[in-house]
Design a protein around this ligand. Structure first.
Ligand code: KG4
Ligand code: ZN
Length: 360
């Protein structure tokens, strides 16, 4: 089955075509037009600017995705089984562009429409292309078994989710303040090292890791917020405050910026991994999965995988291929495919923006 996915929830305008068969999803095209360069100078996403940019590029992006997948738009109804579009959470004016476009195409082409939760999309990035040897981790058919724990870490969300089956989610815990990606972005802004903060911090942290195997006695130390709390919630805003105080007191901080980045990243990784393993044990899961933009972080990927192997015998580990970690439409089409199997369609008249749409 072929699905066109459309994603415009934040600052990426994306369209993709995927093919679904049984438990696997193959990506035929994945086009992302990023607005990062536009928002960089503001140090964050400006909603009104984002919305205008979505309007300008959404049709060319969809055209490109269809062309790359060999779908002739004049006979799209013959090729496509559904259109999946993000309905929320996200920025209202950004979401609107994708949704209105999807509604028009669904009406014009007579192709069923499926509204997808953005976070669910991130989770379903784990199902894309996993059967292509070399490109991804392993054969997905042997890999994702339920129940699964999903560590969902993005710019807007940090959640531990118990996934009991397709489209069946239970929220175990979430951040009480900043999301993990938001913490990276705010700390990077504080140190003036660029936007988005995740890649900026992780590159510097990696430099420090390679160059300094032995930490100095006066090494920067940051707290691991809520690591031992008896729930699955997180809190990252204190970490941002902690790094700010340290920097204010350290006249040499600019020369130690890589070290600050290393410790900041490790503090986040420690908390995320500790709670994920704890949840996996408590709920006796078959798989640990990771999803969202922060799952692009190489150290988090490496350390979580190794911890699952070490601590949770017989439990499988899955993470999306790097290109499906940050916002894209292939993940939305992938989630759409699994909803299509359950005939979970929405009439084009009823599909609406739902900024607070929840996965559970
Ligand atoms: O999922 P995503 O693309 O958008 C949202 O749904 O929010 O996530 C974007 C977030 C940003 O906060 C960005 O700093 C973070 O993901 N991110 C990273 C890395 N790449 C992107 N965080 C840590 N390390 C990375 N390599
Ligand atoms: Zn996202």
């Amino acid at each position: 089955m072929k699905i066109l996915g459309i994603e415009t929830s934040c600052d990426e305008t994306a369209a993709a075509v995927v093919g679904g068969e049984n438990e696997t999803v193959e990506c035929f095209s994945n086009v992302v037009s990023s607005q990062i360069d536009i928002h960089k100078k503001f140090g964050g996403v400006v909603p009104e600017v984002a919305a205008r940019e979505h309007v300008a590029v959404v049709l060319p992006v969809i055209d490109e995705a269809l062309a790359q997948a060999g779908v002739n738009k004049r006979s799209a109804s013959k090729h496509l089984d559904a259109i999946a579009v993000t309905i929320g959470p996200g920025l209202v004016t950004s979401l609107k562009t994708g949704i209105e476009t999807a509604k028009v195409l669904s009406y014009a082409w007579k192709v069923p429409l499926i509204g997808v939760n953005h976070i669910e999309g991130h989770v379903y990035a784990n199902f894309i292309d996993k059967t292509k040897k070399g490109e991804a981790v392993v054969d997905k058919k042997d890999n994702i078994k339920f129940p699964a724990i999903v560590l969902t870490v993005s710019g807007g969300h940090t959640m531990l989710i118990l996934m009991k089956g397709h489209s069946s989610f239970e929220l175990l815990g979430e951040t009480r303040d900043d999301a993990a990606g938001e913490a990276f972005d705010k700390a990077a802004k504080l140190m003036s090292i660029g936007y988005p903060g995740g890649p900026a911090i992780s590159q510097r942290a990696e430099k420090f890791r390679v160059e300094n195997k032995d930490l100095a006695n006066d090494a920067v130390k940051l707290p691991r917020p809520m690591i031992h709390s008896d729930n699955f919630d997180f809190s990252f805003s204190g970490l941002k405050t902690a790094i700010r105080y340290k920097i204010e007191k350290d006249s040499n901080w600019k020369n130690r910026i890589n070290e600050y980045c290393f410790e900041f990243q490790q503090a986040i990784i420690d908390v995320l991994i500790y709670k994920t393993i704890k949840a996996a044990r408590k709920f006796n899961v078959e798989t640990v999965m990771m999803a969202g933009g922060v799952s692009a972080n190489k150290e988090l990927r490496r350390q979580l995988e190794s911890m699952v192997q070490q601590e949770l015998l017989e439990v499988e580990f899955s993470m999306p291929d790097l290109k499906y970690t940050t916002d894209n439409a292939a993940m939305i089409a992938s989630a759409g495919y699994f909803r299509l199997l359950k005939k979970n369609f929405t009439n084009w008249r009823d599909l609406k923006v739902d900024c607070n749409n929840e996965i559970v």
